[in-house]
Write a protein that binds this ligand. Structure first.
Ligand SMILES: [Zn+2]
Length: 363
């Protein structure tokens, strides 16, 4: 019995190896032909500072990105918001062929009677400065509170005039609401998010019982999407449901105004069967956009030429890794998760990399 079992295992291993070898040959052919021609739009980046290699780097890769504003409560004064907007506008003006802009909305001051009016005036100005999209962040639901000391959820009716304005302007909202489910679980060294929650314990909701549950925040997010069927909503980070593509599919079926982007959640996708994830990508090929969350920080003047070269190298290998996952069936390791790539057909890749973004953002 044991001998038969052993034989079976060897047979399975051998046939898998054969399959991979064949797939790799096929993938290589594909990679050297049409794939080199595919342009890339990364809808979720944070290049805070200019670099002398950025222009060549992005031109070589036929790549453009959206700079997504980072807005956070000021550490010393939570009534104030610290943003990247001005730096991003300057960078996009300097490199109009490389970058587009995404503004942001926080709920700070939501109790004041002219809150919506003021925010609309600001957004109107920022749309005129080039914003193609407006981001809402996980501070909704998890951080920002109103005067009654309640966490402000994204379906709060006080925000409604702003959604109506954005609908009228035909500007989509990028929604990073909630966190991966892992944030509400004990720190797990095998999770793709172990590194992030080790470095950012302030967002590890498991340690803060007062933070509403994952289910509460996701339900508020779903309610908001359902209440605004004419507002285009791009759920960032696979809608904080990247651990389970079925959960994402359920929402995409329910809400025609919802799309998802992939930033910083490839590791979660790699924890699931590649066959299953591939089927998800094929079925929802018109609703998935490529995003990474890649970026930089710090002035170039503080980096010597070696450090600058290493930064460029790392960025290249980060993009290449994701491309390998999407376009080939090779083995990949993403955030400690080993799997084989999705080997998506070229027409699907083109939608995810380019046309879904140009359609949504009217580029
Ligand atoms: Zn981001």
């Amino acid at each position: 019995m044991r001998a038969i079992f052993l034989f079976f295992i060897i047979f399975v291993l051998f046939s898998c190896k054969q399959k991979n070898a064949n797939d790799e040959t096929g993938a290589e052919t594909k990679a050297t032909t049409e794939l080199d021609e595919i342009e890339i739009i990364d809808v979720h980046t944070h290049f805070h500072n200019d670099r002398n290699y950025l222009n060549d780097f992005m031109k070589e890769r036929k790549m453009k990105t959206v700079l997504v504003d980072v807005a956070k409560h000021n550490v010393s004064d939570s009534a104030k918001v610290k943003r990247s907007w001005k730096d991003y506008v300057a960078l996009a003006n300097k490199h109009p062929n490389l970058f587009w802009l995404c503004s942001s909305l926080m709920g700070v001051g939501i109790d004041t009677p002219d809150f919506a009016e003021k925010e609309i005036a600001r957004l109107r100005k920022e749309i005129a400065e080039g914003a193609k999209m407006v981001k809402v962040w996980k501070n909704f639901g998890m951080v920002t509170k109103d005067k009654s000391d309640k966490y402000i959820q994204i379906d709060d009716p006080r925000l409604q005039p702003i959604w109506d304005f954005l609908k009228e302007q035909n500007i989509p909202v990028m929604a990073h609401i909630a966190e991966p489910l892992q944030a509400w679980r004990p720190l797990n060294p095998n999770s793709p998010h172990f590194g992030y929650y080790s470095d950012h314990p302030e967002y590890h909701a498991f340690n803060f019982p007062k933070i509403p549950s994952y289910e509460t925040i996701i339900a508020a997010r779903d309610n908001w999407i359902a209440n605004n069927p004419d507002l285009q909503i791009l759920c960032a980070h696979v809608g904080s449901m990247s651990h389970d593509v079925d959960m994402v599919a359920e929402r995409l079926d329910k809400y025609p105004n919802m799309k998802v982007e992939l930033a910083a959640r490839f590791g979660d996708l790699a924890t699931q069967e590649s066959e299953k994830v591939r089927a998800f990508f094929e079925k929802y090929q018109d609703r998935i956009l490529f995003g990474t969350d890649f970026g930089n920080s710090g002035d170039q003047a503080n980096l010597d030429s070696e450090e600058l070269a290493a930064e460029r190298e790392e960025l290249a290998s980060d993009y290449d890794r994701l491309h390998t996952y999407l376009s080939t069936s090779d083995s990949v390791l993403i955030r400690g998760q080993a799997n084989v790539g999705l080997s998506l057909p070229t027409d699907v890749l083109k939608k995810i990399y380019v046309t879904n973004a140009t359609d949504l953002l009217k580029l």
